[in-house]
Design a protein around this ligand. Structure first.
Ligand code: NAD
Length: 294
């Protein structure tokens, strides 16, 4: 069924996501503050409106893909102009608390709201291969699932409002900690005279196996497609990992969960992203850990 969709935030992720909705036959009207984002989306068949409010006027579904919680909350304040009963879908990665505030704003204005953050990065957004983690009431999930399926490969219903964001930050806390663990193991192996390939061949087939090792291996060689073989050009930028770990650490504080390794990973990635890691893939942290040891 073709839907009328307002899409706000046409950046690295939102641009290709909106383009995939157009390809699937939906009527998409979009808006972004950045002229180049608007131009790229227009070239992909997205109708461009003069403002966010104009983009969502009359929309049955409103999708946002914005940098952080404050952008989502600011935008939700004005988007209540959408047709009453519209389904608001925020795909940005934001704090669980902000997701619940955003949902309340939408509901107070007579709309429905779900959180649906993603993993899979820009490549996943372009190839309609994202994984969506959804916080929604059952009826809203049934309605949003086919739309998300046009932009992704997996759509997981995680629970009610905020549950999608909770799943996203918990998953990325595992990823941040495990990338540091894998990196520390390679650095220790090197100092013990073990070749990176030998450690990889053992750990990839033993209990040390994980995505950080076998898909995004932080040393060049064992996994030819990993960013380590391409000057650590960003696949998943260190800045985004730092952001997600910061959200996880804040959530741990808010709920009095110790999460000692998660908090330490947040500190290490915050320093790395603000310094040597700016503009690099998050796996490049191995080079900083190696230097810290020297
Ligand atoms: P981006 O910076 O490329 O895009 C965000 C866009 O929002 C920009 O084009 C910006 O101009 C626009 N924008 C900001 N405020 C606006 C406003 N008030 N009205 C209209 N447009 C506005 O960021 P991105 O990489 O597309 O990421 C978007 C979200 O997805 C973030 O929350 C990020 O954490 C999450 N995410 C990103 C990736 C990734 O690999 N890039 C992966 C998973 C999740």
């Amino acid at each position: 069924m073709s839907r009328t969709i307002g899409f706000v935030g046409l950046g690295n992720m939102g641009g290709p996501m909106a383009a995939n909705l157009v390809k699937a036959g939906h009527r998409v009207t979009g808006y972004d503050l950045a002229p180049q984002a608007r131009e790229r989306a227009a070239a992909a068949g997205v109708a461009i409106a003069a403002s966010a409010v104009a983009a969502v006027a009359g929309a049955e579904v409103v999708i946002t893909m914005l940098p952080a919680g404050r952008h989502v909350l600011e935008t939700y304040d004005v988007l209540t102009a959408a047709a009453r009963g519209a389904l608001f879908v925020d795909c940005s990665t934001i704090a669980v608390g902000d997701a619940r505030i955003a949902a309340d704003l939408a509901r107070t204005a007579g709309h429905r709201a779900v959180d649906a953050p993603v993993s899979g990065g820009v490549a996943g957004a372009e190839a309609a291969g994202l994984t969506f983690m959804v916080g929604a009431a059952d009826g809203d999930f049934a309605e949003v699932e086919p739309l998300l399926a046009a932009m992704g490969r997996r759509v997981v219903h995680c629970g009610g409002s905020g549950a999608g964001q909770a799943a996203k930050i918990c998953n990325n806390m595992i990823l941040g900690i495990s990338m540091i663990a894998v990196s520390e193991a390679f650095v220790l192996g090197e100092s013990l005279g073990l070749s990176n390939q030998a450690l990889f061949d053992v750990a990839a087939n033993a209990s040390g196996q994980c995505w950080a090792l076998t898909s995004n291996c932080p040393v060049p060689g064992p996994v030819p497609a990993s960013p380590a073989n391409h000057d650590y050009r960003a696949g998943f930028a260190a800045a985004l990992m730092a952001k997600d770990l910061g959200l996880a650490a804040d959530a741990a504080t808010a709920t009095a969960v110790p999460a000692e390794l998660g908090r330490r990973a947040a500190e290490l990635y915050a320093a790395f992203a603000a310094g040597e890691g700016a503009g690099l893939d998050f796996s490049a942290i191995i080079n900083t850990l190696r230097k810290d040891q020297a």
